[in-house]
Design a protein around this ligand. Structure first.
Ligand code: FMN
Length: 329
């Protein structure tokens, strides 16, 4: 294999409902050079479901983007991995960590941690279906504390031909509560020959860089911290080059950037979907600013595409006047 398993040391974590094309473009503007799609259903991909094809065949597909699949049927995962290879994907990942009920109840996501026999079949099938491309597995520590098995699961994945492991060291039973246990990431890195990436609770650029060095891993993933501060990638990359971080941009820069995401969303999904989709991103962008709770509340109520545009622009002007009755107009 000539390519590194992880395209770079600083990776945006896959996040369902979030890491679609418009947000990926925004992350790239802030220096993120290594990304994953949202998780994509293998069974929907095999059926060429339209919304799934939009996720699985995006215009920004290149070596810096990995496609993540979820599923629990080896034959479907095999067929989906073949489709991924045919579409030209260079990187593919299997989700063995999702704790969401609908996913787990079908045996997929973190339910695979509970059934390593099926996990082995699924990983092996994807390996065969994907051919020679780079194939990773993203997992949790196990189903619950009494069933911690990430070391065993990583061995299974390695035995079935996976090229790298990403560990989010929480149990399925924890959901997103408690803390990610980075000691387990270091332990995994020391126990396997495969490159390891760690995911969980990285809150600052300095922490991202420190985790790589401390744990002896190839890469860190940053998820929730990048929702309100996507420039964390630029600053972490600067730190790795020995340069000082640039820190918080102005509200003008943040608003202009958010507006580009809004326009990209409108181009991809239409204006009305864009209005509802941008709300959560606007709320995250405004999080650290004065009067942010008022501003967030006002944004949540907007229904009109032009009103949303004005709201985002007024946030950039520092006026936030939409928060005081600028309304829907
Ligand atoms: C809203 C949300 C959606 C997520 N979607 C996915 C997903 O599609 N695939 C996946 O492997 N992990 C998913 N995750 C887990 C993240 O990739 C990451 O491992 C986790 O959030 C811990 O990292 P963080 O503390 O930096 O956010 C999701 C997490 C959240 C909060």
């Amino acid at each position: 294999m000539t390519q590194p398993v992880f395209f770079g040391p600083l990776i945006m974590a896959p996040m369902a409902g979030i890491t679609g094309l418009p947000f990926r473009q925004r992350l790239r503007r802030w220096g993120c050079g290594c990304l994953f799609t949202e998780m994509v259903s293998a069974s929907a991909l095999v059926r060429r479901h339209r919304a799934t094809m939009r996720m699985a065949d995006p215009p920004d597909r290149d070596g810096s983007l990995a496609l993540q699949l979820f599923g629990a049927k080896a034959d479907e995962l095999y067929a989906a991995a073949r489709i991924a290879a045919d579409l030209g994907w260079e990187r593919l990942d299997l989700n063995m960590g999702c704790p969401v009920k609908k996913v787990v109840s079908s045996g997929a996501g973190s339910a695979l941690m509970r059934d390593l026999g099926n996990a082995a079949r699924c990983v092996g099938a994807m390996r065969r279906g994907f051919g020679g491309g780079i194939f990773t597995v993203k997992m949790r520590s196990g189903w619950c504390q009494a069933e911690e098995n990430f070391l065993e699961a990583a061995k299974v994945a390695e035995g079935e031909g996976a090229d790298g492991i990403i560990l989010h060291p929480r149990f399925k039973s924890q959901g997103y509560s408690g803390n990610a246990d980075w000691g387990k990431i270091a332990l995994l890195a020391a126990s396997t020959q495969l490159p390891v990436a760690g995911s969980g609770d990285v809150r600052s650029a300095a922490e991202a860089v420190r985790r790589i060095a401390e744990c002896g891993i190839a890469a860190v993933m940053i998820g929730r911290a990048a929702l309100s501060r996507p420039w964390i990638f630029r600053d972490a990359a600067r730190l790795m080059e020995g340069l000082p971080p640039l820190g918080e941009p102005s509200s003008r820069e943040i608003a202009d950037d958010l507006l580009l995401q809004y326009d990209d969303l409108a181009a991809e999904r239409g204006k009305h979907v864009a209005v509802s989709d941008i709300k959560k991103f606007a709320a995250w962008a405004m999080r650290d600013f004065e009067h942010s709770s008022l501003a967030r509340k006002a944004v949540m109520e907007i229904k009109d595409p032009e009103a949303m545009r004005r709201a985002i622009m007024s946030f950039g002007d520092g006026t936030l006047d939409f928060a005081y009755g600028g309304g829907d107009g």
